[in-house]
Every structure is written in C-alpha cells, then in structure tokens.
Design a binder for this molecule. Structure first.
Ligand code: GTQ
Ligand code: FE2
Length: 377
C-alpha cells in the first residue's frame, strides 16, 4: 500500500499529444512512483495551470429578484435573526463553485432581509462589505455608532473591522443586497471576526435623514480640513441615489450636446470612490452604476476578475459569454473572469427609459497586483 494516495482527480494518467511521453509499462510505473512521493509533473497539467487566458470555473448565471425576495420573505417568517447566525442573508451560490456560497471565486453576494422591528446584532470582521438597496426603506445600519438610512438606490460601503448592526425601524419588511470579499478572504486565509454588544444602545437607534459621515464628507470637491488627508477606506458611508442619478443623467445630456462624457454612445457610468484619494471605495471591491440609454448597447468587454450585477431599473438584454437573458428590476447575474459582457436597453413602449445596472467586482485586487487586463470588442 502506498503511504499516500493522491485524490482521484490528481491521479496521473498517461495522455497523448504534443510533448507527452508514449504510454508504456515503464511510464505507468514512473507515474505510480510519483504518486507515492506526492509529486505531479508539469507536463500533464500545464494546459490547466497556465491557460492562454483566464478560464473561469465560475459560470454565467442569473437569479430572478422575485424568487430571491419570495424566499427571503419566507425565511423572514420561519428563521429568527440573532446572535450566532448573525444575519438572515441568502448567498448566491454559483452552480460551478462546488455548492459553496460564492457568487464568483472572490465575491459573496446575498439578499438580506429584516422583519419590522428586528435587529441584526453588532459584529465586526476583516472582510470588506457594502449594502445596495434596489427597493424599500426603513432599515438603518449602524457603523461605529453612525446610524445610516438605507433607501432605494443608495450604496453603503463598509470597510473591514468596523462594528456594524442593522435595525428595521419600519412597519414593513425590507430586503437589500450585501456584497463582501468572503471567498477571497477564505482562499487567502486572512479572516478575523468579533462579536459586538448583544443590544445596541437605544440612542444609537436614531433615525437621522443624513448620517454623520455624509454631513462631514458628502459635499463634492470639498473635504473637511480637520480630518486625515488620506484614508485607505472611504470615510463616506452613504452614496445617495439622487447624486448617482444626476451624474448619469448629465453624462447622457452632455453626450447629446456633443461633449465627450460617456464610455460609448448611450452608455454612461460612474464609479463610487473614496473622497480622500479618488480611488475605489474598498480595497478589494469596486462598485459602479451604469446607465444604457433606451435602444443603445454597451461595447463588448472582457476583464480579468469577476463581477456581479443587479438590475436597478429598466429592462433589456444582457449577454454573458454564451448566455443571454432578458432582465428586469432586481435581477442579479454573474460575469466571470474574462467572459465577454454586453448589455442592451430595451426601447420602452412609452416614455424614454433606460437600463440602470449596479455592478460590483474585484478589480482593485488585480490592479494592486498589476494583473489587470481589459479587452474591448
Ligand atoms: O450584514 O453584516 O451577507 O457580516 C454576510 C456577512 C451580511 C452583515 C452578509 C455579514 C453581513
Ligand atoms: Fe457583517
């Protein structure tokens, strides 16, 4: 009996092809001795280890919002939220990632749900996170004592190791989506986690229209002189829909007036940035909002790294590799690394509409490592 056996996918098989040795009893014997010594030759593996471009294990996949909300709502009736389980969150599990709760190899995407009056308990973790709200209102998230209103279209980044809890102050349930770098921190074995107080002080359950961070940092082009010059994580904790909407509308208006403003004709886009340095809001996650004018189409684009999209408004068709879906508000889908992506906005029967797509991805990781590549067309 060999001291060790390689797991079956790694069992060495004689293969034919360029650069491969002829099958023979000697080769068979050599391969069995490699296995006993836990050695794997490069020549049998090189195609998988070093492909000519990324070949993601993840597959394009779409989740319909109506199904997500319906199931989260049923969980709301049956599953309590509290210390231990921490959150009533349902993660999108990419069908090609072995049943793990990973939307892509690096990104967690989940729908979270709170019933009226419910609290999700305070904790903190090294993983970076954000919330994005496609519908509803009434939940406040408390980050380091700052109580932040969550309403449709708002983007709330929450960098690692900050205390946070959520509180539904409304009389209706509310759903939103979370994005985190949980899979990335699992692969890199770099996670830390700590429970906070079981009950957040009533004073911290205030329901201000505007949180402290946006009162301090929420004015474009203006920074509070008393605050630190450079912060790796954004000090602005709420990016409000009114600003995002206006920024996108103005890009399309400027384009119509003949000024360069958009990514390509009819395709406006903004990126959420850290006001202290103009860089991505989180060290591992990039977040953007895209608007495709009715009847327009984005360029076909592929990028190193993966993204998750949620349709914010409008309807249209998205094409991800060999898949194409008609999408509507709330639908979520995955674009794996180096898989071509494009979107086309439907021409609505009445009123000028457009397709708004919220996107988050792991590009900052690859940019930091100088491993980022983009190809258009
Ligand atoms: O709301 O704090 O979807 O810690 C996953 C982990 C949400 C949260 C998730 C989390 C949270
Ligand atoms: Fe959390």
């Amino acid at each position: 009996m060999p001291a060790h056996t390689l797991p079956s996918p790694v069992r060495l098989l004689a293969t034919s092809g360029p650069g491969q040795p002829e099958a023979s009893p000697e080769l068979e014997q050599l391969y069995r001795s490699f296995e006993r010594e836990l050695l794997v030759p490069l020549w049998t593996e090189i195609g998988d280890l070093m492909p000519v471009h990324p070949k993601s294990k993840a597959t394009p996949h779409l989740w319909r919002w109506e199904n997500l909300v319906a199931l989260a709502g049923r969980a709301g009736q049956i599953v309590p939220v509290g210390r231990g389980g921490e959150r009533r969150a349902l993660a999108l599990a990419n069908p090609s990632l072995g049943g793990k709760p990973y939307a892509t190899p690096t990104l967690w995407a989940a729908i979270q749900y709170l019933m009226p009056g419910e609290d999700a308990p305070e904790h903190r973790h090294s993983q970076h996170a954000f919330r994005f709200i496609v519908e509803g209102e009434g939940v406040w998230t408390v980050v380091n004592g700052d109580s932040i209103r969550m309403s449709r279209g708002d983007f709330l980044p929450q960098s690692g190791w900050n205390w946070h809890s959520h509180h539904n102050a409304a009389s209706a349930p509310m759903a939103w989506i979370d994005g985190l770098d949980i899979p990335f921190s699992c692969y890199t074995e770099s996670q830390f986690f700590e429970f906070g107080r079981d009950q957040v002080a009533e004073a911290e359950k205030a329901k201000p229209e505007r949180c402290r961070s946006e009162r301090l940092w929420g004015y474009p082009g203006l920074r509070p002189v008393a605050q630190p010059e450079q912060l790796t994580a954004t000090p602005l904790l709420a990016y409000r829909w009114a600003n995002t909407d206006r920024a996108l509308a103005e890009q399309l208006a400027l384009e119509a007036e003949g000024h360069p403003a958009t990514l390509s004709p009819g395709h406006a886009a903004v990126r959420y940035t850290n006001p202290t340095n103009g860089r991505d809001v989180l060290p591992t996650i990039r977040a953007e909002m895209h608007r495709v004018r009715a009847g327009a189409q984005t360029e076909v684009r592929r990028e190193v790294g993966s993204s998750v999209y949620q349709v914010f408004d409008g309807s249209g068709t998205v094409t991800v590799g060999a898949r194409a879906w008609m999408v509507a508000r709330g639908d979520m889908f995955v674009v794996p690394s180096w898989v071509p992506f494009s979107a086309r906005a439907e021409v609505p029967a009445s009123a000028a509409g457009s397709l708004d797509l919220f996107r988050f991805g792991d590009a900052p990781i690859f940019e930091a490592l100088h491993a980022q590549r983009v190809r258009i067309g």
